[in-house]
Structures are given as structure tokens and as C-alpha cells.
Design a binder for this molecule. Structure first.
Ligand code: ASP
Length: 357
């Protein structure tokens, strides 16, 4: 072989390398989560700096716990339970410890969870002794043949799985006792019978009772998560509404109302006046708009919350799509909320004039 042929042969691998530019790393699929700690009349001038700092810190802590699960490649469902467990254990929110009191003066807890990959779902309503109701909802989904268990039956199921039964006093706080007293006093006021469900009321014409009801219903907690595998999940946990009677159940444990998740569309967790959120099928309504009308998650969430408002209800949702777009939409003055999507700055917000995505 002539020398110039040999040198050409030797140079070939180098030439090949030079011609083939190094492959850019494949784009990282987005992952992340959003959480809420309830919507309602949350106003700057009624909040002390100390309390506000506590809320923001707990939201940030729960967000970080859920994000850590996703960051290390864990499933969206685990991120949902990790974030919600921290909020359930905090007396600041109306879920787990610190839940509102029902008319009998005890805490009665509801929760639900949904897997967006399989459309499996689990829910519990009206339990009195379960420290972390979201975990039991998940066990209903994964370890029972059912979607929803209530009251004593749900707790018998929990006991069969080895759950500890806590005394109801564990959940009760002095703050919630005072709220119950206020609700009982407001209930005795004239005008009770005219409290209009199903009619839109401007803030100017709400009666004292209605104002009270609106003020009370915040603190429900929820989480929507998207994992590195592209799977969505959603969960919601609550004590419901102060002074609730007759085994009242709100939207939080109802799949399609308070919680919904489908990889094809989005994951949703709601908070607000449950009677309206059930009637508007809030969580599924958002998913359905995306599925059937091709709407974006933000457009769909805003449309559904506007619909709730027209019915006379108030509250909000967090909704996350499979591309990592998040909506935090509400028609109440505020909503405790936070979100962290990979590659984007973190949001922790409370008031209506702060970020909604
Ligand atoms: N949606 C809950 C319920 O009606 C209450 C809340 O979100 O604060 O039970």
C-alpha cells in the first residue's frame, strides 16, 4: 500500500468523527408537581406576617418533598402521597390534623387519589381515626376491589391492613373549635333559610351566614404530579366543611369532582364549596374539555371555574398536563398554592394577585 493511501486509512476514523457532530442529549421530559392548601377568603389584611410565613414554609416543604420523589425517578403517585402527608400532618390545613369539626364536634375526613396511567382510583369518606386519609384512599385503589369506601367500613378495611386507629382528639384543634362555635352562632341568625344555594350572589349581597360559609371553606389539600416516565396522578384530602351534618360528603373524595387524572389529558385536584364542585363535575370537566375540544389545561381550568362561579360556587383547582403545563385557577380571593416544574422557577403563592401557574 502506498504511503498516501495508508495515511488516508489512518485518518478515516478521525474524519468520521469530525463529520458526525456529537448527538445533542435527548430533551429531558418535563416532570413536576403542583399543590394546594385550599381556596377561600384569604386576604392580605387579615393575615399576620407570622402566619403567612408559616403557610408559605409548609407549602414549600410539601412541594420539596413531592419534587424530591419525582427528581429521583419515583412515580407520580408517590409524589402525591408524600406532599399530601406533610399537609395532612400540619394543623394549618383542613385535612388530617387540624381538620374542621363537623356538627358533632369531631373531625370527619375524606380523601381520593387517581392514577393517570391506569385510570385506577381510590377514595374514602367519613373516617374518624386515620392519620393520613390519602394513604388509605391509595390502599383502596391498590388493595381492594372497590373505588370508594365510607365510614366504619373504610376503617375496618384499614384495620385489616394494620392501620393504627388514632383517637379523634388527635385531629382536633382549638382554632377549629372556635370556628365551629362561630358557625353554630351564625346558623342561629335569621336568614338561614334564605341562604341561596344555586344562585349567584355578588360579594355585596351575601348574608352574614353565607359570608361565614364562604370564609370557612379553605384548607383542603391536594396535589397533582407528573413523573419522569410521563405519568400523571392527582390526590385530594379534606375535613370537608365546618359544622357539616348528616354524614355530608363534599367533592374531595368524588372521582371526577374533586380529583381526576388521565395521562391523555391532565391531573386535577379541586378545593372549594363542594356542593357546587360536585354538580359541575369539576375535575372531569377540565379533562373532558382537553380530550374532546383540544383545549389547553389553562383554558379548560378557567372555563370550568367560570362555570362553578355561574352556579354560585367558589373555590379553585390545580391542574397539570402531561407536558408540564400547570394551571392554578380560582374565583375566590385567594388559594394556598405552589408548583415546581423541572427547569422552571418554583411558585409559592397565596393571594389573588400572585402567580396562577
Ligand atoms: N371541597 C371541600 C368540601 O366541600 C372543602 C374545601 O375544599 O375546603 O368538602
Amino acid at each position: 500500500m502506498k504511503l498516501h493511501h495508508l495515511s488516508l486509512l489512518l485518518a478515516l476514523p478521525a474524519l468520521a468523527c469530525a463529520a458526525k457532530a456529537p448527538n445533542p442529549p435527548p430533551p429531558m421530559p418535563p416532570f413536576g408537581l403542583g399543590i394546594h392548601g385550599g381556596a377561600g377568603v384569604i386576604l392580605r389584611n387579615e393575615m399576620t406576617p407570622g402566619l403567612e410565613a408559616q403557610y408559605r414554609a409548609k407549602l414549600a416543604e410539601a412541594l420539596a418533598a413531592g419534587y424530591a420523589v419525582l427528581d429521583r425517578g419515583g412515580p407520580a403517585l408517590d409524589a402525591v402521597t408524600a406532599a399530601i402527608n406533610l399537609l395532612e400532618d400540619s394543623p394549618l390545613f383542613n385535612a388530617g390534623k387540624g381538620a374542621v369539626l363537623n356538627a358533632d364536634g369531631i373531625c370527619e375526613l375524606d380523601a381520593s387519589i387517581m392514577n393517570g396511567r391506569t385510570l385506577a382510583a381510590g377514595a374514602i369518606a367519613g373516617v374518624h381515626h386515620i392519620k393520613n386519609p390519602i394513604n388509605l384512599a391509595r390502599d383502596v385503589m391498590e388493595k381492594s376491589a372497590h373505588v370508594m369506601l365510607t365510614g366504619d367500613g373504610a376503617e375496618i378495611f384499614a384495620q385489616s391492613l394494620g392501620y393504627e386507629m388514632l383517637p379523634n382528639e388527635y385531629f382536633q384543634t382549638e382554632f377549629r373549635r372556635q370556628q365551629l362555635e362561630q358557625a353554630r352562632a351564625a346558623e342561629k341568625k335569621p336568614g338561614r333559610k334564605t341562604a341561596a344555594l344555586g344562585r349567584f350572589l355578588s360579594s355585596a349581597d351575601v348574608s352574614a351566614l353565607e359570608h361565614f360559609v364562604r370564609e370557612q371553606k379553605y384548607g383542603t389539600v391536594g396535589c397533582v404530579a407528573l413523573d419522569r416516565q410521563g405519568n400523571l396522578a392527582a390526590g385530594t384530602s379534606t375535613g370537608g366543611m365546618t359544622n357539616k351534618k348528616f354524614g355530608r360528603v363534599g367533592d374531595a373524595p368524588i372521582i371526577g369532582a374533586g380529583t381526576y387524572a388521565s395521562n391523555a389529558t391532565c391531573a386535577v385536584s379541586a378545593t372549594g364549596w363542594g356542593e357546587f364542585f360536585i354538580r359541575a363535575s369539576v375535575a372531569h370537566d377540565i379533562s373532558a374539555q382537553m380530550e374532546y375540544l383540544g383545549r389547553s389545561v389553562r383554558e379548560a381550568a378557567a372555563t370550568t371555574i367560570a362555570k362553578v362561579g355561574k352556579l354560585g360556587g367558589d373555590g379553585g383547582v390545580i391542574a397539570l398536563d402531561a407536558k408540564g403545563n400547570i394551571a392554578m385557577e380560582f374565583n375566590s380571593p385567594g388559594m394556598y398554592r405552589a408548583a415546581k416544574i423541572s427547569g422552571l422557577p418554583e411558585t409559592v403563592a397565596i393571594y389573588g394577585d400572585e402567580a396562577r401557574h
